[in-house]
Design a protein. Structure first.
Length: 255
């Protein structure tokens, strides 16, 4: 069931979103060649502790996963698209990192993701990340009251497909509220004028995922969580929690 939020509730969600934004900023600042993803998870945990917030990721156990998620931060490196578990393999110069982070504060959730390069960037990675960010901006722009949800997916896919990139099948955004994942699903491909009408008070996570090689296929790692590109090419993932309002879309997970 889709539950719209009041203006006061959206303000409360903004506080959770600020925690998420601070966490991702801290993670990006700490990421460097030689740093272990598990150390970045500790950085994210400290941000939650300082804010008095909880993690919606830690111990999250959806039906597809063999075990609960063991961290507060998702770190997906190079050909990992999403759901990477922070481990002990040190980051290397030139790695493409996608960091996904969430917070629960005052009974409300926030969820956001960024992609960045560690150390020396490769030009093709710079383009991939920039395209994902443009797709996110286009999706947010399409999240206007009175529009339909298919327009968000159309906006995202138009940007990504124009560059020849792939989009993982069956993955996209979601509603956000008291829980990290709520109705409705928010597709990364769609048709304008199709799907649910976007009403003021709807809060959603818009999250483009982009595969450099141009294919849409992926497969899980043996850990049951990490999803990797089938063609071995790199991927980028960006996300914001966004409120649909009469005044236009409002990003709740920006600094």
């Amino acid at each position: 069931m889709v539950r719209r939020k009041t203006a006061a509730e959206i303000l409360e969600m903004r506080e959770a979103g600020r925690v998420v934004a601070r966490g991702l900023h801290a993670v990006r600042e700490a990421a460097a060649p030689g740093v272990r993803p598990r150390e970045l998870d500790e950085v994210a945990r400290e941000v939650l502790r300082e804010a008095g917030a909880d993690s919606p990721f830690l111990d999250y156990h959806p039906h597809f996963a063999p075990v609960p998620f063991p961290a507060t931060l998702i770190i997906s490196v190079n050909d990992a698209i999403v759901h990477g578990i922070p481990g002990d393999e040190p980051l290397r110069d030139g790695d493409l990192v996608s960091a996904d982070f969430g917070a629960l504060l005052g009974g409300w959730a926030g969820d956001s993701a960024i992609s960045f390069t560690v150390g020396t960037p490769r030009p093709e990675d710079v383009k991939l990340i920039a395209t994902a960010e443009r797709a996110l901006a286009a999706g947010i722009e399409a999240a206007k009251a009175g529009a339909r949800i298919g327009g968000i997916g159309h906006a995202v896919s138009t940007v990504c497909r124009a560059e020849g990139y792939g989009i993982p099948e069956d993955f996209g955004g979601h509603g956000v509220g008291r829980a990290m994942h709520e109705d409705p699903g928010v597709p990364n491909e769609g048709r304008p004028g199709r799907g649910m009408v976007l009403r003021p008070g709807l809060v959603i996570a818009i999250e483009p995922m982009v595969i450099a090689g141009g294919t849409d296929g992926y497969h899980p790692d043996p850990d049951g969580w990490t999803l990797r590109t089938n063609d071995g090419s790199r991927a980028a993932h960006v996300e914001h929690t966004v409120a649909v309002t009469e005044e236009g879309p409002q990003i709740l997970t920006a600094l």
